[in-house]
Each structure stands twice: as C-alpha cells, then as structure tokens.
Design a protein around this ligand. Structure first.
Ligand code: NAP
Length: 343
C-alpha cells in the first residue's frame, strides 16, 4: 500500500512543527510545500525547517504550481486564524481535489459565526467530493471536543464551564505576540482595538460547537472580557522579555446564554510565567463531572498531534466541511499511518 501523500500549506511555526513530526512518521510522505513568505519561497523545505538535510521539495509561492506537479491526498493548512483570509486558499485546494486539515481557528466551527462562508465551503467541498476539517488543540479539542465527550455520561446538564490556564513562556513566538506579551497596557489595548493583535481566536466557535452538540439554542453568545494580565516580575522566554508592569498575556472569557442563564462559560488565560497550568472542565448536571488536566496540555505539541492524528479520519470521512463533532472519537495515530486507512 502506498504512503499517504501530504502537502504543507503554510510553513510557519506550526506548519514547520507538523512537517518535522510527519518526517518522523511511517506511512506518510510530504510531497509539496507552499508558503508566501519571501524568506521561504524557492528554498528547500529541509532548509526552511532548519534540519540538517535537504528534502528535495522546494517551497513554492503558488499552490497551482505545486499541485500541477504532485498528487496529494491531504493538505495541512496553517496560515491564518480568519476564515475570510483562508477561504480562497482552502477553496483552491478543494478545486485541486485535495482534502484539507486546517488550523484556522474560525474554520473549527464556522456554522454559527460565518454561516454563509461555511455553507459555500461545504457546497464546494461536496461538489468536488472533498473533506475539509478545521482542528487544533484549542479550538479543536480542549475547550470543545473534550467538553462534548464529557457530556456523554450525563442525563441532565445545567451548566458547563471550561478553564484553560497556560504559561505562554513555553509557546511559540507568534502565539506570544498575539497575546500581547511585553507590550505596555495602553499599547495592548490599542493593538487589540485596531486588530493588530488578536488574542486567542476560537472561544465563540467552541461555544457554538458545544451548544449545537447538545441541541441548545442559545439566546446570546457573548465575548465578555479580553483583559491584559500584568507581569509582577521580569521574565524572559526566547526572544520575548517582559518587565514588571508590562503585559504578560491575557485573560478572555466568553459565554453562551440560554433562558437568561449562563449555560456555557469558557475562561482562557495565557501569560508568561503562569505558575499553575491546567485545563479544567466542570459540568453541573446529573451526574456532576469535574475533570482537571495538570499541567495543561502543551498547545503546540497538542496542535501538531491533533492535526496529524486527524489525517486517517479525514481520508475516510464523507465529503463536505466537517467539524470535530462530526468525526469518530479522536484518537492517536501511533503506528504506521497506513494501518489506520485502506486506500
Ligand atoms: N486551532 C488551534 O489550536 C491552533 C493552534 C496553533 C495555531 N493555530 C493557528 O494556525 C495558524 C498558523 O500558526 P503559526 O504560528 O504557524 O503562524 P505563522 O508562524 O505566522 O505561520 C503562518 C505561515 O503562513 C504563511 N502564509 C500567510 N498567508 C499565506 C498564504 N496566503 N499562502 C501561503 N502561506 C501563507 C505566512 O507567511 P508570512 O509570514 O509572510 O505571512 C507564514 O509563513 C495561525 O492562525 C494560528 O493562530 C491554531
């Protein structure tokens, strides 16, 4: 049986980690790479990944050029958080007959926040018999798929709360930048207002995915807070230095309201040097359920795994724009990838 053929669309921080992990795995091969960054286009993928060998794959700035030369089963897409940016990129992959697994946060559950674009993408994917999935650690797992799974043994549910607290010092630079680490408070507020930094993207998508799984019709889905967390002492992580009084990261809360009650609450905190890291899910219902993962799941490691582990399930899935709640129970691909698929 031949290997699963993958192209990497977006060889940034996450795309590179995914590519390196794929190079270690049996039963799968990278056949092409695509990125628009000037310092990457035209270079060998091995050089862009910073590994010591050439891979014989040139990073191309043009997806049509890549896909006219190679055949791929799946594209791993990691370029942007926003569906308006990624829509044309994903549409071009669909038209080339390549299945898509994307880390685009807004794609993880776009049916509530961007129903028109979601519908168009779903129609296009079905027309070309292609599966498209948005996934990652969060959105994609910790604050939605795992929450939904934990509701399975419940007979009744009144309220669900998920909290994620992480030390951003352990994360990649683009993540540290988007949570505003090392900015002054006023600069943080201005950059958030001007959308120069985004904070975490995905809380609304996660809430909508949970609500739809439970057939809860929310009256309101509110992003309540996006507040800076201020550093109490000097901290250094990679290229980022944060002084006392500067922004160490942020806290975001969002909630789903039904019949005047807060029924889903998500609380996301990411800041440099957070002392206690955890992921908790609390379900008030029959029975009550409390789960704590400590320390929290590492976001970058988890995202790479979520994407790669989804490959066999996406290859076997029906066509259309699917979400994590439409796929079989998520699980790890530990062995040769071909053992999980039959072409
Ligand atoms: N769901 C999750 O749990 C999860 C987890 C991790 C990451 N993410 C998301 O995944 C995305 C990628 O993350 P990252 O940290 O790897 O970001 P990154 O380091 O900025 O990498 C993105 C790469 O894609 C390139 N790019 C941008 N537009 C492109 C286009 N139209 N065609 C081809 N390449 C393009 C960028 O080039 P330039 O630098 O020139 O723009 C860059 O090289 C982000 O939106 C991030 O928020 C989601």
């Amino acid at each position: 049986m031949r290997k699963v053929r993958v192209i990497i669309y977006g060889v940034g921080a996450i795309g590179s980690l995914i590519a390196k992990f794929l190079l270690e795995k049996e039963g799968v091969e990278i056949v092409g790479a695509m990125d628009t960054a000037k310092d990457k286009v035209g270079k060998d993928l091995g050089e862009v990944l910073g590994i010591k060998r050439k891979l014989g794959i040139k990073v191309s700035g043009n997806v049509d050029a890549v896909l006219s030369e190679v055949k791929a089963d799946v594209a791993i897409h990691a370029t942007s958080s926003f569906l308006k940016d990624t829509y044309p990129q994903i549409a071009s992959l669909i038209k080339h007959g390549v299945k898509v697994i994307s880390t685009c946060e807004e794609l993880s559950y776009p049916y509530y926040t961007a129903p028109e674009l979601a519908g168009k993408l779903d129609t296009l994917a079905k027309k070309h018999k292609i599966t498209v999935l948005g996934t990652g650690i969060n959105p994609g797992f910790l604050m939605d798929t795992l929450v939904i799974t934990l509701t399975a043994p419940c007979q009744k549910i009144k309220k669900i709360e998920a909290v994620r607290v992480m030390n951003a010092a352990k994360r990649r630079l683009p993540f540290q930048k988007k949570i505003g680490a090392s900015l002054m408070v006023e600069e943080f507020r201005r950059k958030i207002k001007d959308k120069q930094i985004t904070g975490h993207v995905g809380l609304e998508q996660s809430i909508a995915m949970i609500a739809d799984s439970l057939a809860w019709k929310l009256d309101k889905l509110i992003v309540e807070t996006l507040e800076p967390i201020i550093a109490k002492k000097f901290a250094k992580s990679g290229n980022i230095k944060v002084k006392a009084g500067e922004v160490a990261g942020l806290r975001q809360r969002a909630k789903g309201v039904m019949k005047n009650k807060d029924v889903i609450i998500l609380d996301f905190q990411a800041y440099i040097d957070a002392e206690e890291e955890y992921d908790t899910i609390t379900i008030e219902g029959v029975p009550n359920i409390k789960q704590k993962i400590q320390p929290c799941v590492h976001g970058d490691i988890g995202t790479v795994a979520m994407v790669v582990n989804s490959i066999p399930k996406v290859i076997k899935a029906p066509s259309g724009l699917l979400t994590m709640k439409d796929l079989p129970v998520p699980s790890a691909v530990i062995e040769d990838m071909r053992k999980y698929i039959s072409f």
